[in-house]
Design a protein around this ligand. Structure first.
Ligand code: ZN
Length: 126
């Protein structure tokens, strides 16, 4: 048998236990499986009734990690990104560099960066 061990927290006995799968026969014909708690033998009606134990890392870590990583990235780039440059011109359809007369991205960099004078008041997102 190569059935993987499935951890459950039994709803009947409350123990951290393993799910026991036993083939269910009607005569000689397999008609399904009996799902039961290995600790107390409580039988679950179907797969949906099984109180599977959640595995993997606790969610809190994953959720707090992602936004922080993005914020750090933004802070690092803040210094000389095009969006803080005096030559950066934004209109509803494109973002342009008025010095190089080309389309740029807010996060682009260039050697001719010139800090916006309006920077003193600070961008609202910062
Ligand atoms: Zn049990």
């Amino acid at each position: 048998m190569s059935t993987p061990k499935v951890e459950i927290i039994c709803s009947a006995c409350g123990a951290e236990s393993l799910l026991k799968r036993a083939p269910q026969y009607e005569g000689f014909k397999k008609v399904g499986e009996t799902l039961s708690c290995a600790a107390c033998g409580h039988v679950y009606a179907d797969e949906a009734a099984v109180p599977f134990k959640r595995t993997g890392k606790p969610r809190v870590f994953g959720e707090s990690d992602a936004p922080r990583a993005i914020r750090v990235f933004a802070d690092d780039e803040k210094g000389k990104a095009c969006r803080y440059c005096a030559h950066y011109v934004v209109n509803p359809f494109t973002q342009r560099c008025s010095l190089h007369r080309k389309t740029v991205e807010a996060t682009d960099f260039c050697g001719q960066f010139q800090r916006q004078e309006a920077e003193d008041s600070g961008p609202r997102s910062a």
